[in-house]
Ligand binder design. Sequence first.
Ligand SMILES: [Zn+2]
Length: 525
Amino acid sequence: MKGSWLLAAIPVALIAAAPDGARWWSYVEFLASDKLEGRNTGSEGHRKAAEYVAAEFERDGLKPAGEQGYIQPVRFRTLQLDESHSSLSLERDGKSRNVVLGEEATIGARVDPAPSIEAGLVFVGYGLRVPENHYDDFTGLDTKGRIAVYIGGAQPGLSGALAAHYQSGAERWKTLRAAGIVGAISIANPKHMDIPWSRQMANRGQAAMTLAAPGNSDTEGEKITVAWNPARADDLLAGSGHTFEELLALVEAGKALPHFDIPATLRAKTSVLRGELVSQNIAAIYPGSDPALKDEYVVMSAHIDHLGVGKAVNGDAIFNGALDNAAGVATVLDTAANLKDSKAKVRRSILFLIVTGEEKGLLGSKYFAGNPTVPANRIVADINTDMFLPLFPLKRVTVYGLDESTLGDDVRAVAKDMGIEVQLDPDPARNSFIRSDQYSFILRGIPALAMKDGYIKGTREETIFKSWLTDRYHAVSDDLNQPVDKTAAATFDRLAARLLERVANERTRPAWKSDSFFRRYAVTR
Ligand SMILES: [Zn+2]
């Protein structure tokens, strides 16, 4: 049993000094300022942001926990599609038609594409195989050597975390590869598109990155990946006897999707520009006080990288990333400063970790989790903060991974104390559980979770949340000139700090729930 007997013995001192969120906002203001140029992984602006964080950690008297002081350098390979020398075409009934890149489809650079490929198309529903649910989109299908076309999402009835896991890039490719597939075309469900196609199209010139260390590709053998504009999906499905509208209606009704041949061949030619760069993780330790537990670490993490500078929209080209995720880094810095001010004693050590490369596929956290600067088996938990969206008063908190580990019980306990409700993800289709850095720890067997300012479906708060995604998510308007509820942010910081303190002080380390799917990764630790 996990008890609170320890908490009673320790003064609860981690309460934010500034309930108005002023200090939190001052960090956001620096990190999201134009002079940091959108903090793209490997950029000068990112380096400045990393130095700022290191200086703050030093000022708070934290112990450096990088490889060069507070900094852990991370090496990347970059890959950028040279679109002017790349093309897609569809051949049908002996006639070939050029696909308009951007308007109709985009070629993804996360997969290192083959210079040329030609293959037939097969529609594979969601393109998933979930043994736990005896679900298989490939049974009886001729898929060998073909390109899979699938709709983003998962069959209703799969748990949010499980469905999210199987839709991760790595798991998805494992499934497709096992079916003999050579490439993929995804069509997003317009209902679950966080970023409108027009913005995806505008941002497509971004370089993709992979960790430079060998053995880090999740898409080995994949020859091409394409995102198809859902508004033009019928051009792709033509001749199959199915329409996109019909397929979406089945998705909406929770009915099984059909699987069928698409009588067309995709021809792709690609040219890529390759490069290398170095970016920064930043790590610092607040030492624990218990002789038996101080060599264990509770990680509090947030990513600092964002999208850099893009094409100008209304004269603005800088992706400031104020809420994605200067705000999360500010929460970490606020918590560190509160620890210092309160001189709080915690039994386990706390490892503050700011990571790079999140926007490129959770790469900085993946690197740290694989190359930690403290013994890997002494990391007991990760509490991650990414885009927690303080857009309205914080009355409830959405917790990703709430029912997966005892960390969920810890959140429930501290939130209850503060009069804050706790809820599961109201929108599991967004796959949020695997979409930020907590996932890099989960895959290493470490219990982890992430939290956001929560809303209930059908309320004004949901409208605010959804409009933010549509208007500002990965847009230049996620900047300092947007309405932000600083009091909500301060409340969030208090909640995060109390959670951190509770986990650091508990007698036993956090554990996966016995029925959690993700527990399997802990077995081999
Ligand atoms: Zn982002």
